[in-house]
Design a binder for this molecule. Structure first.
Ligand SMILES: *[C@@H]1O[C@H](CO)[C@@H](O)[C@H](O)[C@H]1NC(C)=O
Ligand SMILES: *[C@@H]1O[C@H](CO)[C@@H](O)[C@H](O)[C@H]1NC(C)=O
Length: 338
């Protein structure tokens, strides 16, 4: 069982005017657990990488189990390489932040990432807030277009940021594959969660978060944009001789999606009280007072022993949980022959 135990590297980046918060968190654990979509299920359906507060567990009741240490959890599925011979290998990660080798870079933004002023007022989430974005069952572009901000970038080098695609890159990517998951930024202002974990959030009514588009009347509260950035180091799997004979790309999410359209992410808010609001409202550069609190290494050991005991590494004959590899919409499962 793998439980990645790496030192936490936190980097807060704030720009002029107000705060743009960016921090890297190493993996807490990689295992089949998902308190948001599969609460109480042990193991959950597919393998995730989880970062953030170490009170993460199969069940997280916002009233009972909120991290006492004021730390949110962020999680995504993990990527596997499927070799020509049909076996699977978990793809390692790298990071844009020096020193970090895995995990998720998390951003909280008031305006577009490239806008260094970050002047717009945004409302922070409240304790108990959680959300999900994406569709685990999406296998076509038509199904994923409404989540337009879940993207892949085939990195030629560490600076590559475009083009972004909604499906997996179709060719080898020299510097890896960057996955970006941007959550919607308009909140209904009332519900901390909803049955599908998405209905309490919406995209701007027109335009985009980046263009300052207004929130719809149903979801009037403009929140910070949460962005996850994960870089999968696919470079050691770039030998096309190991790729499927039909030339299709070899990467598959831990739940079997080989199209990439089922890109999704989970968020459980864990900032104490109004700590996040305070940081967002403070004009500060790097040494934000609240950010410093978040920066305390003692707050986050960033490693947890996996509770699900199964092999998720090595060359596996099947994806953990036995998911079939799916290359497109119906027929859902198509097996390729080496
Ligand atoms: C997770 O929940 C189990 C069962 O309730 C409990 O025994 C365990 O200590 C919890 N782990 C953490 C890290 O809170
Ligand atoms: C399958 O292919 C991978 C990659 O080439 C190789 O490392 C592994 O040993 C192979 N497994 C079997 C059972 O042939």
């Amino acid at each position: 069982m793998k439980s990645t135990n790496q030192a936490l590297l936190v980097l807060m980046l704030a720009t002029f005017g107000s705060a743009l918060i960016r921090f890297q968190c190493s993996q807490l654990v990689v295992e089949r657990l998902d308190p948001l979509v599969n609460p109480g299920m042990l193991p959950s359906t597919h393998v995730h990488q989880i970062v953030g507060g170490n009170s993460f567990n199969a069940t997280m009741d916002p009233k009972k189990d909120m991290p006492a240490e004021d730390f949110s959890n962020y999680w995504t599925a993990v990527l596997y390489f499927r070799a020509k011979n049909g076996t699977f290998k978990r793809v390692p990660q790298t990071s844009q932040i020096s020193g970090a080798t895995a995990g998720i870079t998390v951003y909280y933004m008031q305006d577009a990432l490239y806008d260094t002023a970050q002047k717009s007022k945004v409302t922070a989430f409240k304790p108990g807030f959680r959300m999900f974005i994406g569709d685990v069952n999406a296998r076509s572009k038509a199904e994923v277009t409404k989540y337009r901000q879940l993207t892949y970038t085939c990195m030629e080098n560490t600076g590559t940021r475009e083009p972004e695609t909604l499906n997996f890159p179709q060719k080898p990517c020299k510097a890896g594959i960057m996955v970006n998951q941007r959550f919607p930024t308009c909140w209904d202002g009332k519900n901390l969660d909803s049955p599908d974990h998405m209905a309490h959030m919406a995209y701007p009514e027109s335009g985009t978060f980046e263009s300052g588009g207004p929130c719809p009347a149903s979801h009037p509260v403009r929140t910070a944009q949460v962005l996850f950035e994960v870089v999968w180091d696919t470079s050691k799997f770039n030998n096309k001789a190991d790729w499927p004979a039909d030339g299709s790309q070899p990467f598959v999410w831990s739940f079997g999606d080989a199209t990439g359209y089922a890109n999704h992410a989970d968020y459980v808010f864990g900032w104490k009280g109004d700590a996040l609001q305070k940081i967002l409202d403070t004009a500060c550069v790097v040494n934000c007072a609240g950010a410093k609190t978040q920066n305390t290494a003692a707050m986050n050991k960033c490693a947890q022993k996996a509770v699900v005991n199964e092999n998720i590494d090595g060359w596996l004959t099947e994806l953990p949980g036995g998911h079939e590899v799916q290359y497109g919409p119906a027929p859902r499962a198509v097996k390729y022959v080496a």
